[in-house]
Design a binder for this molecule. Structure first.
Ligand code: FDA
Length: 389
């Protein structure tokens, strides 16, 4: 069988590319269903893009690389597609757009677009051979032990990153890259909770608070969540993409106000109140209880000098923590790093050294912030390749 294009990986980027590539397209995936990460994303409602999508919300060794694809297929283009498909959506917070009904609506939309375009979708199919021909590619596909040989003029790798192996994630794109001498940057789990030694925060599991979390000089002001294993919540997941082993993470537990000013004012108004009682109006009570085990929070607010209040405020606004690690690819939302962007054409996602080969989506060294940015990269990079095929 001969195709114009064979795409490996029926996730967000692969389906977007398949639906818009034109010509005879074969889309192959080893999973039972396409778009499984879309289906479970955003708590089942899929945070499909972000109103404030901007290249600055993406990490890459080359921060300029994502600009072209993001500019040529924007969040507004995807919103337009979603609107034309009659999918109702809402903004939750910080420009994050979610389906009103279900993430399955996005999968169904992409399936319908692929069907209209006549795309051949082969599920539960793996690629056992992938070879370059003088013109195009030769692949051997395997399903239920039965092998089929196909050829294609173009091949697109859309197999994503390593995050959540249980959901079918593999390092396939990196393996093919190695075969064709395409450089790959170091990969690591990102948008992932921090872990701490000896269940340090286990007694606080379930407690949430607004915070500013800083790692490697980059800060995010969102919610922080204590878990049995450590720290999670949007602010922590965001910071994890910037953190490196051995570095501290700084937590500001009063991200919207100078805590020293607040405490000083409260001392004037109600100095006879217990410090822990007063702090419990500003922070979750269980957190205050926990903090009292390692810092002196005894006595009344009125007993504290300015210097003492300042010291306390500084400790709570600059709480230095040392994660022992992260939860790893088991729970990471994305993989940081990937196919070195130097090897790719930023307008088309074509591999410069292998004519006819394209790499799109999370497999590439472009990683977005939490909040719909990673799907937007999948749509934009998928579309960039589709237009070039
Ligand atoms: P994706 O991972 O979507 O697709 C890769 C496909 O390739 C899969 O179908 C896989 O089965 C297939 N495959 C892999 N190896 C193969 C092989 N060897 N042979 C054949 N097929 C193979 N982002 C966002 O913007 N908003 C959100 O709400 C969320 N929420 C979210 C929740 C959770 C739990 C996770 C894990 C991730 C998110 N994300 C997210 C991130 C988002 O899901 C991710 O960035 C995109 O799915 C990446 O799209 P890709 O198409 O590149 O890979």
């Amino acid at each position: 069988m001969h195709f114009d294009t064979v795409i490996i990986g029926a996730g967000a980027a692969g389906m977007m590319c398949a639906a818009h590539a034109g010509g005879r397209v074969l889309l192959v995936d080893h999973a039972r269903a396409p778009g499984e990460k879309i289906r479970i994303s955003g708590g089942g409602r899929c945070n499909f893009t972000n109103l404030h999508c901007d290249p600055r919300a993406f990490l890459s060794q080359n921060p300029h690389f994502a600009k072209s694809a993001l500019a040529r297929y924007t969040q507004w283009d995807f919103i337009d597609l979603v609107n034309r498909s009659g999918i109702a959506w809402h903004e939750k917070t910080l420009g994050q757009l979610f389906c009103d009904h279900s993430a399955k609506d996005i999968v169904a939309m992409l399936r319908r677009l692929m069907q209209d375009a006549g795309v051949d979708l082969h599920l539960q199919t793996s690629v056992t051979q992938f070879a370059k021909l003088p013109q195009g590619f030769a692949l051997t596909l395997s399903r239920d032990g039965k092998e089929t040989d196909v050829t294609a003029r173009n091949a697109v790798l859309a197999t994503g990153g390593k995050s959540i192996p249980k959901m079918g994630a593999t390092g396939y794109a990196y393996d093919i890259a190695a075969k064709f001498d395409i450089p790959v940057t170091d990969t690591r789990p990102a948008l992932v909770p921090f872990t701490f030694a000896e269940g340090r925060f286990a007694p606080l599991a379930g407690v949430a608070a607004p915070a500013r979390v800083t790692a490697n000089a980059t800060s995010f002001k969102e919610a922080l969540l204590f878990t049995h294993r450590g720290l999670s919540g949007p602010a922590v997941l965001q910071a994890s993409s910037y953190w490196r082993e051995g570095q501290p993470v700084t937590v500001d537990l009063s991200p919207d106000a100078d805590l020293f000013d607040t405490l000083r004012l409260r001392r004037q108004q109600r100095g006879r109140r217990n410090l822990t009682t007063e702090l419990s109006t500003l922070l979750p009570a269980r957190l205050v209880e926990h903090l009292a085990t390692s810092m002196d929070l005894s006595g009344n607010l009125g007993d504290r000098s300015d210097a003492s209040l300042r010291q306390l405020a500084e400790a709570l606004q600059g709480w230095q923590l040392h994660p022992s690690g992260t939860e790893g690819y088991r729970t990471a939302e994305v993989t940081l790093g990937g196919i070195d962007t130097d090897a790719l054409n930023s307008a088309t996602m074509a591999v410069k050294s292998v004519p006819g080969l394209y790499i799109i989506g999370e497999a590439v060294d472009v990683t977005g912030w939490l909040g719909g940015y990673n799907f937007q990269w999948a749509w934009s990079s998928g579309m960039a390749a589709a237009r070039a095929l």
